[in-house]
Design a protein around this ligand. Structure first.
Ligand code: NAP
Length: 294
C-alpha cells in the first residue's frame, strides 16, 4: 500500500461508514468532523482525530471529503484552516460530496498549481452502499490520479468509472439524480394507483420487478415505501440541493429539463411540511393523502 495514510473529512451518513471500511482495509486514518462528537465512534475504532481540515491533511498521503454542499467543500478545501494550508506537492485530494461541477474544476485548478491532484468522485448507492462498500463511484480528473486512487476507491465501492476531466464525475452524478428523483416519483404514483384501485401494491411491485418497470428504486425504495419506512437513507434537503445543481447546470447549458423542473415543487412541498430530514420516498405519504388513502 503506497498511500497508507488517509485523512477523511465529513463523518455523516456516508463518511462515517466509509471511515470504518478504510480502517478495516488497514489504512491509517485521521478524521475531522465539524461537530466533534461524531468522531467518537471512529476514534474508538482506531482513527486519529484532527482539529481542522488542515490538521487532517497535514500528515497523510491522500485526503478524502464527504460533506454537504458546494460552499462546504470550498470552505474545507480552500478556506481558512482548510486542506490547502497543509498541502504538500504530490498529495491527492478526492472529494466524494455531490457539488457543482464548476466548484470541482476550480479546486482541481488551484491544487494543480500547487503540484497536487484533485478528483471529483461523487457516489450513488446510499448509506446501504456506503456500509457495504458497494457504492457506485463516478470520477472526474486526470487518468494518473484516478489510477492512484483506484485501490482506495475499491474499498468504498464496486462500480468505479473514470468518466473524464475534472467536473465530469459531478455531471454524471447530476444525471444520476435526475433518474432517481423521477423514478421515486413514478414508483410512488404507481403504488398509489394500485392501492386506490383496490389492488395489492406489494403484488404490483413484485410483478413490475420482472419487467421494464424494474429498477433499483422500485426494488429498494419501493419496499421501504410499502413498509412506511421513510427514515433517511438520503435526506430530502440534500436531494433538493442536488436538484438545484441539476437545474443550475441545465440553465447554464440552455437545456429545458421538464421532468426535473416538475419534481422540484413536490420536494419543496415536503420540505415545507417539515420533511427535509426524511427520505424523498416519503412522497408516497403525500400521494396517499391526496388520494384519501391514509
Ligand atoms: P450528512 O449525513 O448530512 O453529513 C454531512 C456531513 O458534512 C457532516 O459530517 C457535516 O458536519 C459535514 N459538513 C457540512 N457542512 C460543513 C462545513 N461547512 N464544514 C465542515 N463540515 C461540514 O450527509 P451525507 O448523507 O453523509 O451526505 C454527504 C454528501 O454525500 C452530500 O454531498 C450528499 O449529497 C452525498 N451523498 C449522500 C448519499 C446518501 O444516501 N446519504 C448518497 C450519495 C451522495 P456536521 O456533523 O458538523 O454537521
Amino acid at each position: 500500500m503506497s498511500d497508507r495514510r488517509i485523512g477523511l473529512i465529513g463523518l455523516g451518513l456516508m463518511g462515517n461508514p466509509m471511515g470504518h471500511n478504510l480502517l478495516k482495509a488497514g489504512y491509517e486514518l485521521t478524521v475531522y468532523n465539524r461537530t466533534q462528537s461524531k468522531t467518537a465512534e471512529l476514534a474508538a475504532a482506531g482513527a486519529r482525530v484532527a482539529g481542522s481540515p488542515a490538521d487532517c491533511a497535514r500528515d497523510v498521503d491522500v485526503v478524502i471529503s464527504c460533506v454537504s454542499d458546494s460552499p462546504d467543500v470550498e470552505a474545507i478545501a480552500l478556506g481558512s484552516a482548510g486542506i490547502i494550508e497543509a498541502l504538500r506537492s504530490g498529495m491527492l485530494y478526492i472529494d466524494m460530496s455531490t457539488i457543482a461541477p464548476a466548484v470541482s474544476r476550480r479546486i482541481y485548478d488551484r491544487f494543480k498549481l500547487l503540484g497536487c491532484s484533485a478528483l471529483d468522485a461523487p457516489v450513488s448507492g446510499g448509506d446501504i452502499g456506503a456500509k457495504a462498500g458497494t457504492l457506485s463511484i463516478m470520477v472526474g480528473g486526470d487518468g494518473e490520479a484516478f489510477d492512484r486512487a483506484l485501490p482506495i476507491l475499491q474499498v468504498l465501492g464496486k462500480n468505479i468509472v473514470h468518466i473524464g476531466d475534472a467536473g465530469a464525475g459531478q455531471v454524471t452524478k447530476a444525471c444520476n439524480q435526475i433518474v432517481v428523483a423521477l423514478t421515486v416519483q413514478a414508483v410512488a404514483e404507481a403504488l398509489t394507483l394500485a392501492k386506490k384501485s383496490g389492488v395489492d401494491p406489494g403484488k404490483v411491485r413484485e410483478a413490475l420487478l420482472g419487467g421494464f418497470g424494474q429498477s433499483r428504486v422500485m426494488e429498494v425504495h419501493g419496499a421501504k415505501m410499502l413498509e412506511g419506512n421513510f427514515a433517511p437513507g438520503f435526506k430530502l434537503d440534500l436531494f433538493r440541493k442536488d436538484m438545484n445543481l441539476v437545474l443550475q447546470t441545465a440553465r447554464e447549458l440552455g437545456l429545458p429539463l421538464m421532468g426535473s423542473h416538475q419534481v422540484v415543487p413536490l420536494m419543496d412541498a415536503l420540505i415545507a411540511g417539515g420533511g427535509g430530514d426524511r427520505d424523498f420516498i416519503s412522497v408516497l405519504a403525500l400521494y396517499e393523502k391526496l388520494a384519501h388513502l391514509e
